[in-house]
Design a protein around this ligand. Structure first.
Ligand code: IDP
Ligand code: MG
Length: 153
């Protein structure tokens, strides 16, 4: 099954929204297989947001991501990357549809609550960036048969 990275950004933690956001992924049927709270560094953010390094907001973005701890989560499930991405909503939260995480909790382009991987390929790269093998917990999900068709497990 597919795995994806979610980062609950500093604003999510500071505003007391972490439980709410985690709960949404749980209720959708995604399985939490790794989780840790860390402070991100300038070095790792240079790599994580390398595609934005020439943007005028790059330093603000990095400062925002270092302003408080973040919670790193790995969620597993059928089509997890796209499902989680769609649940997050548009990057520019003022344009995000109500019902999405960003559309419900933010109007900011920068302080938009969550990071989500944008493709299975990038999910694999990003998970390797933040987690080591021993961070993962493997456990049975007895409800899988009630959540998925046989070819989706
Ligand atoms: P994504 O988080 O939806 O994948 P990206 O384009 O990868 O969007 O941008 C990464 C992060 O950079 C965004 O989540 C947001 O925090 C920030 N960002 C993107 N575009 C802007 C902008 O125009 N102004 C301010 N911050 C931005
Ligand atoms: Mg992105």
């Amino acid at each position: 099954m597919e795995r994806t990275l979610v980062i609950l950004k500093p604003g999510c933690l500071q505003r007391g929204l972490a439980g709410e956001v985690i709960s949404r992924f749980e209720k959708r049927g995604l399985k939490l297989v790794a989780m840790k709270m860390v402070r991100l560094t300038d070095e790792v953010l240079d790599v994580h947001y390398a595609h934005l390094k020439d943007k005028p907001f790059f330093q603000w973005l990095k400062d925002g991501m270092m302003a408080a701890p973040v919670i790193l989560c790995c969620w597993e499930g059928h089509c997890a990357v796209q499902v989680v991405r769609d649940m997050a909503g548009a990057t520019r939260a003022s344009k995000a549809v109500p019902g999405t995480i960003r559309g419900d909790y933010s109007t900011s382009a920068q302080e938009n609550i969550v990071h989500t991987s944008d493709s299975p390929e990038n999910a694999a790269i990003e998970l390797e960036r933040f987690f080591v093998e021993s961070d993962y917990c493997f456990y049975d999900s007895p409800l899988d048969a009630f959540k998925y068709a046989p070819d989706e497990i």
